[in-house]
Design a protein around this ligand. Structure first.
Ligand code: IVH
Length: 669
């Protein structure tokens, strides 16, 4: 393909992707399947790899990440990022209103109310319509530019399409993990034996500071905007600026309302107190802003916060109830979770009987005793949590909780690895919830996708001794299934058919399905594509595992251990005999040249013309190999900006050649 042809195609693909993205995120509509959409992105990525100089500054491929940022540049905010004065009481709100009225010398004024989104604030800078900086709040004066991560937020325009956009402006808003995304993230983590995250806000904050933007892209952050700054915005009220940023394609929560006076504000507050629980993200209050921008200016700022705005915070609903006992749940990976059994109590619309206690540390931190009265809180739709003991109600003779030492399901002595918060039941092959959980993991959609099987059927199969491992599913006969409660001719046929069809799911999914601890869907994909076959993976040494993308010591050890247990080897062998896919059908991108045949590279730092993943692909496409650590065998250390000093020292010590991005480009030209 010639450069002009590529340019045309890049533009066409970009337009198409942007069109569908906009349809999906702004209008909640779809015209093509997820697969077709991904295919468009893959094609564009491929073209950008071949013609890096043609990559557009607002390319939608940035949504999928790929940049590694070792250290985020610190940036001084053009306008400091202040916080808001807080109040929990209507009376203080009236006082605020009084101060506003006084500050405006009797002039009429209006308020603009918004919800207070509980996320991480971000400042976005646009120049000539293009998103150029995404800066965290930091200490309010300077923050970190996390632009590569911000660009993965799909609802954010990378380029403003509207005409008449000021050459420079800034929008601020709140980055968050939607509740359902956070829930799924924790479910996925639990499923592969990772510890779960405590709350959506901190997770969003941690995600925004991750070095690998492709991981950020997978986390699916979202963002609501609520503040426009700049010198040429041509707006007189906050309402106008909100409407303006909406028309430019920014996502604005449709929960705002203009209010004539503080009585209306109080109504708004009351209206959202309960309803906010139905919103897709967590909110912790209401922000009340004077609507007119000239009046805002007149009111000005104190050292810490604006005089023209205030946050009314909802009190977290908290009730005190008796802790009747603690039970313990055992998950698929053997992780034990303690659960508080509570005297039933009404809280924020539902009756609460149980609350998660996470782990032994949490019980110790709360200093819980059976019979204690404890405070229980609920945040949105998240599971209720025990926040503290009501010490005023503690009677003298209660004993501190002693954590169990044996598995409540199978009686095996529990273990706790150093540095881990959870206790585990090590009886992988004999503990019922672990066995059933493994089969449930195996059949899920992202894995073998056997939707004719569900939790209840699996429990029955297990109880009847028909399925103790996933491989047993492939030995099921019609007469076995007919023994299950409620199964007749047709449902039996369906069930067996579902199992049969699963034999064709790709190797990537099979590898995820077999349930290696710490191997989630993405890692399974990377492993499958790197090693190509189950056999190669099973025979890989620990060091070879470490060479695969996304694989660190923890995962390498877990995969290595898995393939060195005779139980798992036997299971894998049976699955192979059953006819599952054990080879990846993923096609490597076409080779561009043999220029780097037999040469190995370690990539370090950041680069001008390439994202990091791109660089990897370029090396592979030209016949080279990418390694993760510097050793004597390495041919080149490809040094970008901000390269870690340790790598350079090691390369110098071992006599490995260090090359720049420009030298590298000469090698492939
Ligand atoms: S306006 C000058 N509006 O709350 C004040 N802030 O305590 C500009 N927040 O740092 C902020 N929702 O992170 C504003 N609708 C909203 C908000 C909001 C959440 C956060 C924001 C800010 C903090 C203030």
């Amino acid at each position: 393909m010639t450069s002009p042809e590529a340019k045309k195609q890049i533009q066409e693909l970009t337009d198409k992707i942007n069109y569908h993205n906009n349809l999906y995120y702004q209008k909640n509509k779809t015209e093509i399947s997820d697969y077709e959409f991904d295919q468009l992105l893959v094609n564009l990525t491929q073209l950008e790899k071949e013609f890096p100089e043609l990559k557009l500054p607002d390319s939608p491929t940035q949504r999928v990440g790929g940049t590694i940022t070792k250290e985020f540049p610190s940036v001084v905010h053009e306008y400091p990022m202040l916080s808001l004065g807080n109040t929990y009481s209507p009376q203080e709100l009236e006082d605020f209103d009084g101060r506003v009225a006084k500050g405006l010398d009797g002039e009429p004024y209006e308020y603009f109310c918004e919800l207070k989104f509980d996320g991480v604030s971000i400042s976005l800078k646009y120049e000539n319509g293009i998103l150029v900086k995404g800066v965290t709040r930091g200490d309010g004066v300077r923050g970190d530019d996390v632009i590569a991560n911000v660009k993965t937020i799909r609802s954010l325009p990378l380029k403003i399409k509207s005409k008449n956009v000021p050459a420079k402006f800034e929008v601020r808003g709140e980055v968050f993990l939607p509740k359902h995304v956070f829930k799924q993230l924790n479910k996925d983590r639990e499923d592969i034996g990772e510890e779960t995250y405590a709350n959506a806000r901190n997770t969003a904050s941690g995600t925004l500071k991750m070095q690998d933007s492709s991981e950020v892209a997978r986390r699916k952050l979202d963002c609501f905007l609520y503040y426009l700054l700049g010198e040429e915005n041509n707006v007189e009220t906050h309402e106008e600026s909100i409407k303006k940023i909406e028309s430019w394609g920014f996502q604005v929560s449709q929960t705002y309302k203009k209010c004539k006076n503080i009585a209306e504000v109080l109504k708004y507050i009351e209206h959202w107190e309960k309803k906010r629980n139905d919103l897709p993200l967590e909110t912790d209050g209401v922000v009340i802003k004077v609507n007119n921008l000239r009046q805002q200016e007149q009111l000005g700022f104190t050292a810490k916060s604006p005089r023209w705005a205030i946050a009314f915070k909802y009190k977290a609903e908290s009730v005190s109830t008796r802790l009747n006992g603690i039970t313990y749940q055992v998950g698929r990976t053997g992780a034990v979770t303690p659960v508080a059994e509570l005297e039933p109590i009404f809280l924020a619309g539902t009756t609460v009987k149980r609350a998660s206690l996470h782990n032994a540390n949490e019980i110790a931190r709360l200093d819980l005793r059976i019979g204690d009265f404890v405070f229980v809180e609920k945040g949105g739709e998240i599971i209720p949590k025990v926040t503290a003991v009501d010490l005023t109600k503690r009677s003298g003779k209660l004993q501190p909780v002693k954590y169990i030492s044996k598995c409540p399901e199978c009686g095996t002595a529990l273990v706790r690895q150093e540095g881990e918060a959870n206790h585990y039941c090590p009886n992988e092959d004999g503990c019922p919830p672990q066995i059933k959980g493994r089969i449930e993991h195996f059949i899920q959609r992202k894995a073998m996708d056997i939707d004719s099987l569900g939790e209840r059927t699996i429990a029955q199969l297990y109880d009847l001794g028909l399925a103790k491992t996933p491989a047993d599913l492939y030995d099921l006969k019609k007469e076995d299934v007919m023994k299950l409660e409620g199964f007749k001719e047709l449902s039996t046929k369906n069930l067996l058919q579902g199992i049969e069809v699963s034999k064709s799911v790709p190797f990537e999914s099979v590898l995820f399905a077999i349930g290696i601890r710490f191997v989630g869907k993405t890692v399974a994909e990377k492993l499958a594509r790197h090693f190509k076959t189950m056999d190669a993976l099973a025979h890989a040494t620990y060091e070879q595992l470490l060479e695969a993308p996304e694989v660190g010591e923890k995962i390498a050890q877990s995969v290595f251990d898995f393939f060195h247990r005779k139980e798992s080897l036997r299971e894998v062998e049976r699955l192979k005999k059953a006819g599952l896919q054990f080879e990846s059908s993923f096609k490597e991108p076409e080779k561009l040249s043999n220029a780097l045949d037999g040469k190995s590279f370690v990539i370090s730092g950041t680069f001008q013309n390439y994202e990091r993943d791109q660089l990897k692909d370029v090396i592979v496409a030209n016949g080279g190999k990418v390694l993760s650590s510097v050793s004597k065998k390495l041919d080149f250390l490809l040094a970008g900006e901000n390269m870690g000093p340790a790598k350079r020292e090691k390369a110098e010590e071992l006599g490995v050649k260090i090359i720049s991005e420009q030298e590298f480009e000469k090698m492939i030209k």
